[in-house]
Ligand binder design. Structure first.
Ligand code: CDP
Length: 783
């Protein structure tokens, strides 16, 4: 008799997102929805100066306002040793300024009041006397001799240099350059940008004076790690701190660090004995919390005349703001920037990176990228395109000639990364075919003859995501792994608790699909719980596309553990040897007698009612998963733009994106991630940057100056996939959350430069505004 196979391809199916029902009906539970009895409200006074000594702070007028409960200053915090706190890179950052302010928007004092409006109004009554100091906004000037010292609070800090970091090998790289036929150089700046999540940051701290329990509701992407940092900073016992991250309206890296508002609200609640809520406003978010990018990059690519890449030299200066606060593993001073060899089999590379303090907000968060890979990917893809012009080669052929080939995987890059898998030429071919690349090139020629400027940009990127392994990756020394706890209840319904924390990525659906794929319990019967430190296992959180490679793997592994136990229970209930059982979809059946079967629901019930004597009752387990390696999603993007020859304005004609994130658990969610990333990449190339004037005034602290693309500007994206499973992930999935943001800015920028390349234009710094494009055309025409 044929075995009745119940088809359950839960993995790979575009299951509708379970969480959207409550989101689209306004039923989400975001931080500002939470109201606690006796809750007070906190507002932050920020510095108008970028660099100034604080002469005095008079809080008396603010304290006298009816409804104001307390005014907190740095001096008060210093009495409790809380005026400074550690950053994610092990530097220090002021909670509230004591000696000096070091960027415009720095937190100077906080008002706690019975009403949020009273708190905000009272800020204006705080009288701060500042003595302005010389301001440094340019990192190149910051590292010159005689520049004003920004971190004079640190005894050993005699200049504005933070770190010097080298990767690769200088000698072999110099040798490669001496043998080169052609060397292409590029100087470019990846501008300061900001993740700008829809929901700003915030928290409610509720220290219960009776129980000493500290509850903190917080918009955190990494609640467990934040709890540990809080315990270490405040001295509160960790078991008495519970952090709950409720629904979060986007994070994109912005909600990984600890911000002063969290610490002050907690200190205020501790001192006052009432819950204190702090909701950040948009200007506070843009001006003071984790920015991204701001890398000044110099690249040199050495090639043979036939296009073979010989070596890469990179010099990079990172503008860190006044504190070194990058969200990144402590081993890598400039994040993973040294994956700058991209998808290419580069025989030699030498990467030198320096970090500088400036009078700007700290941050350097992994804004939809793994620790600075976005900048690296941009640099190499711009260099490769310029090399093609220099050699007179077709840019895609230059790429193809140098790709790491499928048979070379696992491939160890010259800077020490072990790429797990890749089929770069395949992704390129699909992108070329789907975009009609050949036809576009022919059209480009035709239009040029008419004086019209069509540009075609390609970017073939590789990302390194899913940190750990714990041997290499940590945040402030806490090793990067992740966890899953799965409990199957007697009725066969399950609850899955994770150490990661969704900010909109659809974890409640995809992780339930993994359980369904492993155990046959339908996704609707699996509740996914995240973000509550008392009720989920320890994990490092969600950022840098790590949830699927770590939390997703932990989920598959714990489900497999329970399946092993389920087999023993099934053997007991079916009265056969476990060796005689076969698993199929959602059940164990007896080999040769498939009608004798126990479904996962039967087995779950037996686990609590009829388990074998000597075996522990129940069907639950926990796994802490430490991945053996990062996963390496990749892809190729083709962008076609038309540049107006008179004004420099450019319009996107076509975007074709081919992504490979291995096995797609939920293709619909993956496509959503990619579209979001492409939109962000488009924004960076076209409009987004935060600039500062000479006095350090932030020119991007609101949505009039800091531009977000709306549906009106955002182009249409055509998405395609190749599937190269990760060999070491339990279900072959790689992360994908950030890939499009990493890969696409170079494709857009390459397209605009390509439209003007025949005029001799080789670089326009991002964002490629029409003004800059026009200027580049004028210069090219006049030279
Ligand atoms: O850490 P984060 O969730 O932001 O990133 P990710 O794990 O790379 O993936 C983003 C989302 O895409 C995940 O939450 C999954 O919902 C989905 N995904 C998938 O369905 N299949 C994959 N191979 C990778 C991600």
């Amino acid at each position: 008799m044929a075995v009745e196979v119940k088809e359950m391809p839960w993995v790979g199916r575009s299951v509708k997102r379970k969480e959207d029902d409550r989101f689209v009906r306004g039923g989400g539970n975001y931080l500002d929805d939470i109201l606690l009895p006796n809750m007070l409200h906190m507002a932050i006074l920020r510095s108008p100066f970028a660099h100034a000594r604080i002469e005095s702070i008079d809080t008396s007028a603010a304290e006298a306002v009816e409804g104001v409960v307390a005014v907190v200053t740095g001096e008060l915090l210093a009495e409790h040793k809380l005026a400074w706190m550690p950053t994610l890179s092990g530097d220090t950052q002021a909670v509230l300024a004591t000696d000096k302010v070091r960027f415009q928007g720095q937190e100077v004092a906080c008002v706690v009041a019975t009403d949020p409006y009273v708190a905000h109004d009272a800020l204006e009554l705080i009288d701060v006397e500042y003595e302005p100091l010389p301001v440094v906004v340019d990192p190149k000037k910051a590292v010159e001799d005689g520049a004003p010292i920004i971190r004079d609070d640190k005894e050993d800090q005699k200049d504005n240099r933070i770190y010097h970091w080298e990767a690769g090998d200088k000698e072999s790289t110099d040798r490669a350059f001496s043998e080169a036929d052609v060397v292409v150089e590029l100087d470019t700046h990846y501008p300061r940008s900001h993740p700008a999540p829809l929901e700003c940051c915030g928290c409610i701290a509720d220290v219960n004076p009776a129980t000493s329990k500290t509850m903190i509701y917080m918009t955190s992407q990494a609640p467990h790690a934040i709890r540990t940092v809080f315990a270490l900073v405040t001295g509160l016992p960790e078991q008495n701190i519970q952090i709950i991250s409720p629904d979060i309206g986007g994070g994109f890296g912005n909600k990984v660090p600890v911000y002063p508002g969290y610490v002050v609200a907690t200190a205020a609640s501790l001192l006052i004995g009432q819950p204190v809520k702090w909701i950040e406003d948009r200007t506070g978010n843009l001006a003071s919390t984790g920015f991204a990018r701001d890398f000044h990059m110099h690249g040199e690519l050495a090639l043979k005349q036939d296009g073979t890449m010989l070596g890469l030299r990179v010099g990079m200066l990172s503008d860190q703001g006044y504190a070194y606060a990058d969200a990144q593993p402590s081993k890598f001073k400039a994040g993973l920037f040294h994956v700058v060899t991209g998808s290419y089999d580069m025989p030699a590379a030498h990467v030198v990176t320096d970090g500088a303090y400036t009078n700007k907000a700290p941050g350097g968060v992994a804004y939809r990228c793994s620790f600075r890979i976005t900048e690296a990917s941009f640099l190499i893809e711009r260099l490769v395109q310029n090399a093609a012009y220099e050699l007179g080669m077709e840019p895609v052929e230059l790429r193809r000639r140098n790709f790491v080939r499928p048979e070379q995987f696992p491939y160890t890059s010259v800077t020490g990364f072990v790429y797990d898998s890749g089929e770069y030429a395949k992704a390129l071919d699909v992108a070329l075919e789907k975009s009609g690349y050949e036809q576009l090139r022919a059209e480009q020629e035709r239009l040029r003859a008419e004086g019209r400027l069509l540009g075609i940009g390609v970017a073939s990127f590789t990302e390194a995501v899913g940190a750990g392994p714990s041997r290499d990756y940590d945040i402030l020394g806490i090793k990067m792994f992740d966890s899953a706890e799965l409990r199957i209840h007697p009725t066969g319904k399950a609850i899955l608790k994770l150490g990661v924390k969704s900010q909109g990525q659809g974890h409640e659906t995809t992780f339930a699909q993994i359980v369904a794929g492993e155990l046959g319990i339908p996704p609707e019967d699996v509740t996914v719980q995240e973000g509550d430190t008392d009720n989920t296992p320890y994990g490092l959180g969600t950022y840098a596309s790590r949830s699927t490679p770590t939390g997703g793997a932990a989920t598959a592994v714990v489900a497999r553990k329970l399946r092993d136990k389920a087999k023993q229970i099934a053997a007991h209930t079916l009265e056969v040897s476990a060796d005689d059982l076969e698993w199929e979809g959602d059940r164990f059946y007896v080999k040769g007698a498939p009608e004798q079967a126990a479904t996962i629901q039967d087995i779950a019930f037996a686990a609590y009612t009829n388990h074998p004597q000597g075996m522990e009752a129940g069907l639950e387990g926990v796994t802490y998963y430490d991945p053996p390696n990062l996963t390496y999603p990749f892809g190729t993007y083709v962008v076609a733009v038309e540049v107006d020859a008179q004004t420099g304005e450019w319009k996107v004609r076509k975007v074709v994106a081919v992504d490979d994130c291995g096995v797609r658990i939920n293709p619909m969610i993956v496509e959503g991630q990619i579209m979001g990333g492409l939109t962000e990449g488009f924004a960076m190339s076209a409009m987004q940057q935060i600039t500062f004037d000479e006095d350090g005034n932030c020119m991007g602290s609101n949505f009039i100056d800091y531009l977000l693309p709306t549906a009106w500007e955002t182009p249409t994206f055509e998405l395609h996939a190749t599937v190269t499973p990760s060999p070491h992930h339990p279900i072959g999935a790689k992360g994908v959350g950030e890939s499009a943001t990493v890969g696409s800015p170079a494709a857009f920028a390459n397209a605009v430069v390509d439209a003007l390349a025949h005029l001799g234009v080789r670089n326009i710094d991002m964002p490629l505004t029409s003004g800059k494009v026009w200027e580049a055309m004028q210069q090219a025409r006049s030279s």
